[in-house]
Design a binder for this molecule. Structure first.
Ligand SMILES: [Zn+2]
Length: 211
C-alpha cells in the first residue's frame, strides 16, 4: 500500500481516497464509500455499541462518546443510537476515526497509539476548520480528524462536478454525498463554492440528515 505519509490532514485524506480507488472499483462516487474504505482498505472493523464508554480503555468521565478507535483490535466503535439517528453523522464519525488511524496511529511508533475516545463535541461536522489554530495535543488531533473527514467525504473536485451537474440544491447534494445539510453548507462556504445569496440565507433545518 502506497499511502503517502503526510501530516496534512487534507492531503492525507485525498491520498487515502486515491489509494482506495487504485485498489478497488469505487463504483459510483459520490457518495465516497467510507465504510468500504475503513473495512476493506484500512482493515478496520466497524462495530456499534449502546454506550461507547463501556469499551475497555474508553474514557468514562467525559460524557458520551460518538466514536472510539481501538488501534490494537483495529476496531472503530460507534454509538448505536447516534448512528441510527443520522446516517450522515454515522459516516462522518467513521471518516473521523479513519483519520485517527491514518494520521495518529499508522504513522506513530509501535505502542504509541492511544485509544482516545471521541466525544460528541469532538466529532464536529459543522465546526470551522480549526487545524490552523494553535491547538495542541488532543484538541489538535480532533481538529485534524475533522478536517480529514470533511475532505474525504466531500472532495472539492467532486463537489464542483456535482454542482455543475445539478446546481446548488443543498439537500440533494447532501443526500448525494451522504452528509448532513449543515456540514455540506459549511464545506461549500469554506471552499467559496456557495453563491453569495445562499451564504447569507439562514441555515437549512436538519431534515437533510434523515434519509
Ligand atoms: Zn476523534
Amino acid at each position: 500500500m502506497a499511502t503517502a505519509r503526510t501530516s496534512d490532514p487534507r492531503r492525507a485524506a485525498l491520498a487515502l481516497l486515491s489509494d482506495f480507488e487504485a485498489r478497488f472499483d469505487p463504483g459510483s462516487v459520490p457518495p465516497v464509500p467510507v465504510e468500504r474504505i475503513a473495512e476493506s482498505h484500512l482493515g478496520l472493523l466497524i462495530e456499534e455499541v449502546d454506550d461507547v464508554r463501556t469499551i475497555e480503555g474508553a474514557p468514562t468521565d467525559e460524557g458520551r462518546l460518538s466514536g472510539l478507535l481501538d488501534p490494537a483490535a483495529r476496531t472503530i466503535w460507534l454509538d448505536r443510537r447516534e448512528a441510527a439517528r443520522s446516517p450522515g453523522r454515522r459516516r462522518f464519525t467513521i471518516a473521523h476515526e479513519c483519520a485517527h488511524w491514518v494520521l495518529h496511529v499508522a504513522g506513530a511508533a509501535a505502542g504509541a497509539a492511544s485509544t482516545d475516545g471521541c466525544r460528541v463535541a469532538d466529532v464536529a461536522e459543522q465546526d470551522e476548520d480549526g487545524t490552523t489554530t494553535r491547538a495542541r495535543g488532543r484538541t489538535k488531533r480532533e481538529a485534524e480528524a475533522n478536517a480529514f473527514a470533511r475532505e474525504l467525504l466531500m472532495p472539492e473536485l467532486l463537489l464542483i462536478a456535482e454542482i455543475e451537474r445539478t446546481g446548488h440544491n443543498l439537500p440533494a447534494l447532501a443526500e448525494r454525498f451522504g452528509v448532513s445539510v449543515p456540514a455540506l453548507r459549511l464545506r461549500l462556504l469554506t471552499l467559496k463554492l456557495l453563491p453569495a445569496w445562499m451564504a447569507s440565507a439562514p441555515v437549512a433545518e436538519r431534515g437533510g440528515e434523515r434519509r
